[in-house]
Design a protein. Structure first.
Length: 396
């Protein structure tokens, strides 16, 4: 390929054209920045200086001066919602919806935002109305799956398990993601209601369906065991609770006291203690230790309980284990001075273990003294591992 001299004329031409384009862009940017109110730059400055309250007030001034700032309306509404100022968030998004010049896509986005405002504010009927309106129209677009998830959350809060199950099934079809765990919990909730109204047969059928839906549903096994024990079918109850080892052994702690009580009623407490001692050795747990310790102390006395806890402390040193060891030593103490010293030490340890003996949600970190299948804070199913805070703190 031969070099032609006229190509040399092209380089200066391209340079001039690039320079002109840059000048036009820069001038446009300068004009745009001059058109922005001073409050806009004040707000940005406050954000950079980590002063969100002052930043919000500055941006509110921008909206008053220039009501055409659609994106700023969206941003402010989201900020208000995150700060818990739901009324202000709703007002901001309503103002957007009232605009006649808003495009279809932006109107759908504003509806989606106001639906979240209602949901966070606890106005569930209005939130449901908004998300149903969006999900049944063609305007939802990218927000469709999220609308379905919010509807699922609403039905769970309202304890409408039929609608929740239908929405979970719909999400499975549309997204391809499994919701077997949630559907099993919905069936367990319905079964609990049937059991409360003295309809054990209907409750059992629902729980068996829950196990078909999610074969690892520990909750279904626990409830089936409770139904069997209430009917006097102790062997069937024990079998249901023992199944948990294959489903998820971490949850054996929830069945520990049930197993001990059923074995005691069947006149086989010793067998029950051996079973749980084996679980404790294979799957260490503070709740499991507590159940085995108390039953050993009642059935075999302080010496056997002391031996059990001492061996467990060597394997898994915990404050609760130390608390139980001191309790056994107090029961077996012979002298008054020795008993007082042990009680003093145990009181100090016990106060601390009470603060640590809480369940903690893996999703949001919310702590509770009682185990929850559904987190009260973030509404997640099975986000509470059946382990106390102390066990997490000791995990390497």
């Amino acid at each position: 390929m031969e070099f032609e001299s006229w190509w040399l004329l092209g380089f200066p031409l391209f340079f001039v054209l690039g320079w002109l384009a840059a000048r036009v862009d820069i001038r446009q940017l300068v004009r745009d920045s001059r058109a922005l109110p001073n409050s806009y730059f004040k707000g940005l400055n406050f954000l950079l200086n980590e002063q969100p309250d002052k930043a919000i007030e500055a941006f509110v001034e921008v909206v008053k001066v220039d009501p055409e700032t659609v994106e700023l309306h969206f941003a402010l509404g989201s900020l208000f919602r995150r700060r818990g100022e739901y009324e202000r968030a709703i007002r901001m998004h309503r103002h957007l919806l009232e605009r006649a010049d808003l495009g279809a896509e932006q109107r759908a986005a504003a509806l989606f935002e106001i639906g979240q405002d209602y949901l966070k504010a606890g106005i569930l009927d209005r939130a449901e109305e908004v998300f149903l309106k969006l999900s049944d129209s063609t305007r939802a677009g990218a927000h469709l799956a999220e609308c379905r998830r919010f509807l699922l959350e609403i039905y769970q809060q309202e304890k409408d398990w039929e609608k929740a199950a239908a929405m979970a099934a719909r999400l499975e079809r549309e997204t391809g993601q499994s919701h077997a765990r949630e559907k099993a919990h919905f069936l367990c909730e319905k079964a609990a209601g049937e059991a409360t109204h003295s309809r054990p047969k209907a409750a059992r059928e629902l729980l068996e369906l829950a196990l078909e839906t999610d074969r690892k549903s520990v909750r279904a096994s626990l409830q089936l065991g409770d139904l069997a024990r209430a009917a006097g079918e102790l062997e069937r109850a024990i079998g249901s609770w023992k199944r948990i080892e294959a489903q998820n052994p971490a949850y054996l702690a929830l069945a520990a006291q049930r197993l001990l009580d059923a074995h005691r009623e069947a006149g086989r407490l010793e067998e029950g203690l051996r079973l749980l001692a084996g679980y404790l050795e294979r799957y260490p747990s503070l709740d499991l230790l507590d159940a085995v310790f108390q039953s050993t102390l009642e059935a075999k006395g302080a010496e056997a309980a002391h031996k059990l806890v001492r061996e467990e402390l060597r394997r898994n040193p915990t404050l609760l284990g130390l608390d139980r060891l001191l309790e056994a030593q107090i029961v077996g103490a012979t002298g008054a001075d020795q008993r007082r010293d042990l009680e003093l030490m145990r009181n100090l340890v016990h106060e601390h273990t009470r603060r640590l003996a809480r369940y903690r949600c893996e999703n949001c970190g919310f702590k509770a003294r009682q185990f929850h299948w559904l987190c009260p804070a973030c509404a997640g199913w099975e986000t509470y591992p059946p382990r106390r805070s102390e066990e997490f703190d000791l995990t390497p």
